[in-house]
Design a protein around this ligand. Structure first.
Ligand code: CO
Length: 175
């Protein structure tokens, strides 16, 4: 599994609702979790590996030695939200870029689990932040879209660098 890096257009396409459950989906989720650990992330959304589905995986510890916090969320939706705060975020699709993003502090979400069962859960703080960041990916929204004007200016040259790198690699990727 290869992590797609900005400005790969797949990152803007988001994901389709997952309607089929079974071993293939489980395998995809497991591979995404492995890729997330490999890259040192705490969350990964399917579009980031070129799969246009509403599927995300996360583990707030980011450690494969502590899997108790692992979550696989399908078709997640925020149903309640409260409070706003800024904190620093990065993204595996934006290597080297970190910036503060404003998110909801407390959220309630509904989602479908790998068995196809509807679930509801509450999350706050760091976990809520990860969910909101990854959920954005499923809609084609990227964390750089949510930066303050000052930070948008600050990361402009880094984004331009990623764009240049992508242009020089794209022909090979397409071949
Ligand atoms: Co991300």
């Amino acid at each position: 599994m290869e992590i797609r890096v900005y400005p790969d257009p797949v990152l803007r396409r988001g994901g389709q609702t997952v309607t089929e459950f079974g071993p293939e989906l489980e395998r995809t989720a497991a591979e995404m979790m492995a890729a997330m650990y490999e890259e040192g992330g705490v969350g990964l959304a399917a579009p980031q590996v070129g799969i246009e589905q509403k599927l995300l995986v996360l583990n707030p510890t980011g450690s494969k030695d502590d899997r108790s916090g692992e979550l696989v969320l399908l078709n997640p939706k925020i149903t309640r939200k409260k409070g706003r705060e800024y904190d620093e975020e990065g993204c595996l699709s934006f290597p080297g870029i970190q910036a503060e993003v404003e998110r909801w502090i407390d959220i309630t979400i509904t989602y479908t689990d790998l068995q196809g069962q509807e679930q509801t859960m509450k999350a706050e703080g760091w976990l809520a932040r990860i969910i909101q960041h990854e959920l954005d990916h499923l809609e084609g929204v990227l964390f750089v879209d949510r930066l303050t004007p000052v930070d948008k200016l600050r990361v402009k040259s880094q984004l331009a660098e990623l764009e240049d790198r992508y242009k020089s690699q794209a022909p090979r990727a397409r071949a």
